[in-house]
Design a binder for this molecule. Structure first.
Ligand code: PLP
Ligand code: COI
Length: 339
């Protein structure tokens, strides 16, 4: 293993020792097998390649001060992967097998779990795709599940430094009755034109609006959107955003901290009235937003005027990460220790 600079890890791929695989064939899932190869052999007519029969997940393993490795609400990821599989008509990977693969892949790559205090984590990426051959547009009869890990630093450069976002009206990530609520590759492919344009303009990412009316906020690239106003945590109610496990947890933490929680439509015009805004997700954790630019209307909304995340976002960030790293008792029952 090459020396890893844990404190300066990007959110990128680093080779680890093992990944696990299982194939659904002839009506059943095969044994979970260990592989040390980073490559797969894939049929040239696989439905995952041609018709986007693919879904993935993202979760993290956290090293605690006590040397224990913790997972955060992993069952939610297992269940969401089943929902995503159903969303693009793939064979779902059972929760029990997901658990076995998840725990084994972490145990096999234990030395890649970044040390406590480095700010880095071990990112776990389960992926499921249609591996059977079809040429007509229909679900395949063979599916492959793979799970690999890679140590990562913060998704947004600078970690907790607030970022700039640009509103995208000319690219939609997902249609209202489309696949936005599923974690399928096609949504990310659809978002890339907007993300590349945003980065070119010097922005960290894109704020997508609802595809139908372009009136309401949907989400921020690979993360959900939230805002704070009048002691209230507000997050979009939308049929085209990914149901974020982080966001759901923040709603509970906010309630527990005495805030009101509102899941409702958020009109773009309302941005002006917010005290704090941010992006949240497994990779993003809580990333505060400093500026939202709406180029079509020549508007710029500014937050974090002192350059730092706001007080409520900071409190939520500290609370969430303290639970994830095991610094605080897990009173919500969100943590599983990987023995
Ligand atoms: N929205 C999108 C589009 C995402 O890719 C992610 C990441 O998984 C999220 C939101 C955040 O979801 P979670 O908190 O479950 O990681
Ligand atoms: C995550 O937050 O885990 C994600 O999956 C985001 C990813 C698309 C980078």
């Amino acid at each position: 293993m090459e020396t890893i600079d844990w404190k300066n890890l990007p959110f990128g791929y680093i080779k680890t020792d093992y990944n696990l695989r299982s194939v659904f064939k002839n009506g059943k899932w095969g044994d979970i097998e260990v592989s040390s190869s980073e490559y797969i052999d894939i049929h040239i007519a696989a439905t995952g390649l041609h018709y986007g029969q693919e879904a993935f997940e993202g979760l993290k393993a956290y090293m605690g001060k006590d040397g224990k490795i913790r997972l955060f609400r992993w069952e939610e990821n297992a269940k969401r992967m089943i929902s995503s599989a159903n969303g693009v008509v793939m064979e779902p990977f059972p929760v029990e097998m997901f658990k076995e693969a998840l725990f084994r892949v972490i145990q096999l790559n234990k030395k890649y779990v970044p040390p406590y205090g480095s700010g880095a984590t071990l990112y776990v990426r389960p992926v499921l795709y249609g591996s059977g051959a079809e040429v007509g547009v229909k679900p395949g009869s063979e599916y492959t599940f793979i799970i690999f890990v890679t140590p990562v630093g913060p998704y947004f450069k600078g970690g907790v430094v607030p970022v700039n976002m640009i509103i995208s009206r000319d690219v939609d990530r997902a249609a209202p009755m489309g696949t936005g609520t599923f974690k399928v590759g096609g949504n990310y492919a659809a978002s890339m034109r907007a993300i590349v344009a945003a980065r070119k303009g010097g922005y960290s990412n894109t704020l997508f609006l609802d595809a139908k009316e372009k009136k309401y906020i949907d989400e921020c690239g690979p993360a959900n959107f939230f805002a704070i106003k009048n002691n209230t945590y507000i997050t979009p109610d939308s049929k085209s955003v990914l149901p974020s496990i982080t966001n759901k947890s923040l709603c509970e933490l906010a309630k527990d901290m005495g805030l009101k929680v509102e899941r409702r439509h958020i009109e773009v015009d309302e941005i002006e009235s917010f005290e704090e805004v941010g992006a949240c997700g497994t990779a993003a954790v809580i990333t505060s937003i400093k500026t939202i630019v709406d180029p079509d209307f020549g508007k710029t909304y500014n937050f974090c005027k002192d350059g730092n995340p706001g007080p409520v976002s900071t409190k939520l960030y500290n609370k969430l990460t303290a639970i994830q790293f095991g610094d605080e008792p897990d009173k919500f029952g969100w943590i599983t220790v990987v023995e």
